[in-house]
Design a protein around this ligand. Structure first.
Ligand code: KE4
Length: 424
């Protein structure tokens, strides 16, 4: 019995499924998850000494690979001065100034500890500021595990085929309308009927929780226009895309500025940190300057802030250019094999997904037509080649700036072999 298997059977006795987040359990692809001993650069090494090229990067959180020296050094230095004070620090102000400088929509920002918190608070802020209750989300988009958004979510919940989740009160779900992604007519139709009652529209500007699905031409611009016309708050959930698909996130890449933005993953440099920010007039509605309550014991703690600042300093234009070059090389390398095996692919920057479907999907209904059993064979085929891809058709591959041409060749070879295994 492998060490990982022993850890799993031990873990299942004290942690549901032996994992602290459902998608890690490999339920969607079969087999048992390796238990990780350490990460080094582009690699994960498991408890049995197997080395994997890490193409999940902690679900997109790692832009610089594992244990980058500048981030580890900053964490160590900060921790030696105390891990949390529960009081304001100058470092939080400097991080906030950096986010205001980087992200077009952000005039003011509040730090928190997870992407779930960020979207939950952004939605409460939009409701508090507009006095309206209704929110709109899109099928296949996932905004974290909180009630208002566990209605037709796309990550985890969709992988387990549970539309919404038990435990979400009927009354809560009734305040969330779920529309198809990339369908502007559906949004305009809803607004024509109920525009005045809609507090917010929230979406992933590039979806990553139904696989990587880009916005169709004009889609983001159309959402911006219709929400502007009806006084509805447009929220970009950039927990996945923020600081990844461009220095200023998807809003910079696509040139559309929302009213509020949620950040997570990359912004924390691998530590528990997230943020939400946007128009100053909205943000000032938050306590203590306004009536909308939001709080967090470890929000802006000095260690996570140090990791964040070290990461943002390392994310130079040159690093983004390198990441784009590596990701484009992978796409070019697998293009022929993807077409030959009757699969398809979407890539935006350093996130991409291969779909077990001939035509590339543009919404969740089309993604659900993918052959998920073939995807399971694909995933296991890649893993056996030492390439660690996301264990679900409904997730995205993430690359890190630690990757070089050598790793590109390894990843391309692994995907080609995995496609053969998928269609065996
Ligand atoms: P967290 O609460 O997991 O930090 O963030 C929630 C969240 C919010 N918004 C978007 C766009 C997200 O992708 C996420 C979290 N993403 C999943 C992966 N698809 C995290 C992995 C997991 O659930 O274990």
């Amino acid at each position: 019995m492998s060490r990982s298997s022993r850890w799993l059977s031990r873990g299942e006795k004290v942690i549901p499924g032996g994992v602290n987040s459902p998608v890690r359990a490999f339920s969607a692809v079969g087999g048992e998850p390796p238990f990780i001993a350490r990460g080094e650069g582009v690699e994960l090494i498991d408890e049995d000494g197997h080395h994997y090229l890490d193409c999940i990067c902690s679900w997109g959180a790692l832009m610089l690979g594992h244990a980058p020296v500048e981030v580890v050094g900053a964490i160590t230095k900060a921790a030696s001065a105390g891990t949390t004070y529960g009081a304001p620090t100058g470092a939080e102000v400097e991080l906030a100034e950096e986010l205001v400088d980087r992200v077009p929509s952000i005039e003011m920002v509040r730090l928190c500890s997870s992407g779930t918190e960020a979207t939950m608070h952004a939605i409460r802020l939009a409701r508090g500021a507009t006095g309206r209750d209704l929110i709109v989300k899109f099928d296949g988009c996932y905004h974290g595990a909180h009630d208002a958004c566990l209605v037709g979510a796309g990550s985890g919940v969709a992988t387990f085929g549970i539309p919404g989740s038990p435990g979400v009160p009927e009354g809560t779900a009734q305040n969330t309308v779920v529309l198809p992604y990339n369908d502007l007519a559906a949004v305009e139709e809803l607004f024509a009927e109920r525009g005045g009652a809609i507090a917010a529209v929230i979406l992933e500007p590039v979806a990553g929780n139904m696989g990587c699905i880009p916005p169709r031409e004009g889609y983001l611009e159309g959402l911006r226009a219709v929400t502007q016309r009806h006084g509805t708050v447009l929220i970009f959930d950039e927990v996945m895309t923020g600081l990844r698909v461009a220095r200023g996130g998807a809003q910079e890449r696509f040139g559309v500025t929302p009213d509020l933005t949620c950040l997570g993953k990359v912004v924390g440099g691998g530590l528990p940190m997230a943020a939400f920010g946007g128009r100053a007039d909205l943000m000032r509605e938050l306590a203590p300057t306004g009536p909308v309550y939001q709080a967090g014991t470890l929000s802006g703690n000095p260690v996570a802030v140090a990791a964040a600042r070290a990461t943002l300093s390392a994310l130079t234009e040159a690093r983004y250019a390198h990441l784009e070059h590596v990701a484009a090389a992978v796409e070019d390398g697998v293009r022929d094999a993807v077409a030959y095996h009757g699969w398809s692919m979407h890539r935006v920057g350093s996130m991409f997904t291969l779909f077990a479907r001939k035509q590339a999907p543009w919404d969740f209904a089309e993604v659900k037509e993918c052959d998920t059993r073939a995807f399971g064979r694909f995933f296991r085929g890649a893993l056996s080649c030492g390439v660690y891809l996301p264990p679900s058709q409904f997730e995205a591959v993430f690359l890190s700036a630690a990757m070089t041409e050598v790793h590109v060749a390894t990843l391309v070879g692994g995907i080609e072999a995995a496609l053969v295994a998928a269609n065996a």
